[in-house]
Design a protein around this ligand. Structure first.
Ligand SMILES: N[C@@H]1[C@@H](O)[C@H](O)[C@@H](COP(=O)(O)O)O[C@@H]1O
Length: 240
């Protein structure tokens, strides 16, 4: 693992954008694995600016999102489908047919997971962007998830639901289930960047880097990947 310590969130986002922009410049039809949550927001903002400055184009980019909530409609303001369109896809020249976000139609969710997985296995991700949950989850691979899992339906951890409550009106409104890429899918990516910012991530970051590899802290499995860059701000790095 390569660790890059930055001053603050803006610097983390800047560093991550440089890597993503370089990836797109090097390979115009890159396959990007995309994350949601608060952490990559400024990264997406920077990518939109780079697009507006004609530095990069998303015309030939293929994207696969890590996960999606189950139990809220795709049109719900907090769905990851909405998030991605609001913060990136609608602001750049991304071709909608190249966008892949797991559908969350609960009536055929098992079939959707299977098809998403088949599709993922046909397209190796060149660069996977990750955040990290305060409990060490990546995507929605919660503590206890078998490390060999491929795309699956997960019951969300109470901690994760509490962490994500800030996006909803109450804890009851936070979905209890999600569809997510498994650890095995994530580990197949050629390159991974994981961003973390803020004191609430410090424990998870410490265990991811210095702990033993365990399904109790899913991000620790990244120690076994040959090309991971962890980009952290001072607070997230405070226990290293
Ligand atoms: N499923 C997402 C993850 O992909 C994300 O990395 C993590 C941290 O989110 P945040 O960046 O908002 O702290 O939790 C979310 O629930």
């Amino acid at each position: 693992m390569k660790i890059i310590k930055c001053e603050d969130y803006a610097a983390v986002s800047q560093k991550a954008s440089e890597i993503v922009i370089n990836q797109i410049k090097t390979k115009a039809n890159s396959v990007l694995g995309l994350a949601t949550g608060s952490t990559p927001l400024k990264l997406y903002d920077n990518l939109v600016k780079a697009y507006q400055n004609k530095e990069i184009s998303f015309k030939y980019i293929l994207s696969y999102n890590l996960d999606e909530y189950i139990g809220i409609d795709r049109n719900h303001s907090q769905s990851y489908y909405q998030y991605m369109h609001q913060h990136l896809f609608s602001l750049v020249d991304m071709d909608e047919k190249n966008v892949h976000i797991p559908n969350n139609d609960v009536n055929r969710i098992d079939e959707i997971a299977e098809l998403y997985n088949i599709d993922l296995n046909k397209h190796q991700i060149d660069l996977q962007i990750l955040g990290i949950g305060s409990n060490g989850h990546i995507g929605f691979n919660e503590p206890g998830t078998p490390l060999g899992n491929e795309t699956f339906i997960v019951e969300l951890d109470e901690q994760t639901r509490k962490d994500n409550m800030r996006f909803f009106n109450s804890l009851e409104e936070v979905p209890k289930y999600a569809i997510t890429m498994g650890i095995k899918n994530i580990m197949k990516s050629k390159k991974i960047i994981l961003m973390a910012s803020g004191i609430e991530k410090a424990d998870a970051v410490y265990h991811m880097i210095h702990g033993r590899v365990t399904d109790e802290l899913p991000a620790s499995v990244l120690q076994l990947h040959p090309d991971v860059v962890v980009i952290v701000d001072k607070l997230a790095a405070s226990k290293l």
